[in-house]
Design a protein around this ligand. Structure first.
Ligand code: AN7
Length: 383
């Protein structure tokens, strides 16, 4: 399986004058078909369910040598922003939508800070299901809202937080399960199939590195992803694919850090709107993952998160603010002397693409210089 991942990057560019090797008559590996096809043996799915897929997963582990050098570690960014809808949510959504379709659901619904909404909308479109998404009014990044609309979901803005929206959809689907035979499927990460799909990220890391990293660092909002990764690593350990498990390092935004504070946050606030969540549905599981793995969950302030977003972009990886929270927390703890990752292998899950939230950059930068259309003006700037 790992060969598929490596072969994509193994092709060397052809130099001028160099002879081109003739193409092999047949492709050396079968075309990639998404995380269900690749990991079906490890996923709990109804037998015979036809995958609803957009070929999610198979994302690259990009080395980040400059930030790694500062931390004294071997640092990789698993760029989940390269999934079909621009975030890690697609790994779980292929599973949730496959099961919903197999079970005869007619529509799906979720609450979302944005990425789940865009992903649910795309996979529902693919499956031919109607999709409703509830988002906190005015608190969803432009690229996510546009995505949900583009894929044809019915978007509802709730006058409240993500937590209020999640509570609403849970009540609705509980009632539909009781009274209407579950015709409307809940596809938030409280849906067990979502976590099943998201654990494939852990499998890919082990398949690529040949072992688990020493630390796995990721942002924590509703806490589905940290739960999924921990499960994935543990399942691979049971199968003998890894001997040593990684420590899980979760990071919340300081203004939305219920797991660090030890109590729910009624009015979460952060520039990282994806993780603006005060009552994480899988909070207990996140705390268990951190504890069992010898890891930790910390909080990083917005300023630190935004500085890290900028920093990662200068290594060529532009992510949305929430995704920068992971490495921001890592660097913050290392610099404070509370964490030592020197000589270790660290993988940061870069959960969403920067294109999701362009305003996070443009609102903070001076607008680009305007020049008249003449060479003197250009030379005055470029030198
Ligand atoms: C980019 O889309 O909760 O801890 O509704 O979009 O598994 O919730 C998004 C969460 C991290 C946190 N990074 O993951 C939603 C939603 C990005 C995210 C998280 C989210 P979880």
């Amino acid at each position: 399986m790992g060969a598929l991942f490596l072969s994509a990057s193994a092709a060397a560019p052809c130099l001028p004058g160099e002879k081109l090797e003739p193409m092999p008559a047949e492709a050396p590996t079968a075309p990639y078909q998404g995380v269900i096809a690749r990991y079906r043996a490890h996923l709990r799915l109804p037998e015979g369910a036809a995958p609803v897929t957009l070929l999610e997963g198979n994302t690259p582990l990009i080395p980040a040598p400059r930030l790694g050098a500062q931390l004294g570690c071997e640092l990789y960014l698993k760029f989940e922003g390269l999934n079909p809808t621009g975030s890690f949510k697609d790994r779980g959504m292929t599973m949730a939508m496959t099961v919903a379709a197999a079970q005869g659901a007619k529509s799906v619904i979720c609450a979302s800070t944005g990425n789940t909404a865009a992903s649910a909308a795309a996979y529902a479109a693919r499956a031919g299901l109607k999709c409703f998404v509830l988002i906190p009014e005015g608190k969803v990044a432009a690229g996510k809202l546009a995505g949900a609309l583009a894929y044809g979901a019915q978007v509802l803005q709730v006058q409240g937080s993500f937590d209020d929206a999640l509570s609403l959809v849970r009540q609705l689907t509980d009632r539909s399960d009781r009274e209407a035979g579950g015709r409307i499927a809940l596809v938030n990460s409280v849906n067990p199939h979502r976590v099943e799909g998201q654990k494939t990220g852990a499998f890919e890391i082990v398949d690529a590195l040949g072992r688990a990293p020493d630390w796995l660092c990721l942002p924590v909002g509703n806490a589905g992803n940290i739960t999924a990764y921990w499960r994935g690593f543990r399942e691979y350990q049971k199968l003998g694919r890894v001997t040593k498990l990684p420590r899980m390092f979760g990071v919340q935004a300081a203004g939305a850090a219920p797991l660090v504070l030890g109590h729910p946050v009624d009015y979460p606030e952060t520039v990282a709107t994806a993780i603006r969540i005060g009552r994480p549905a899988r909070g207990e599981e996140a705390l268990t993952a951190a504890e069992e793995s010898g890891g930790q969950i910390v909080a990083a302030p917005d300023m630190t998160i935004m500085a890290m977003q900028h920093r990662l972009a200068l290594e060529g990886v532009w992510c949305e603010p929430a995704s920068a929270a992971g490495p921001a927390g890592l660097l913050q703890e290392a610099q404070a002397g509370r964490l030592d990752v020197s000589g270790q292998t660290v993988v940061c899950i870069v959960t969403g693409h920067g294109l999701k939230d362009p305003d996070a950059v443009t609102a903070r930068m001076a607008p680009p210089l305007v020049i008249p259309p003449n060479l003197d003006a250009l030379e005055a700037v470029v030198g």
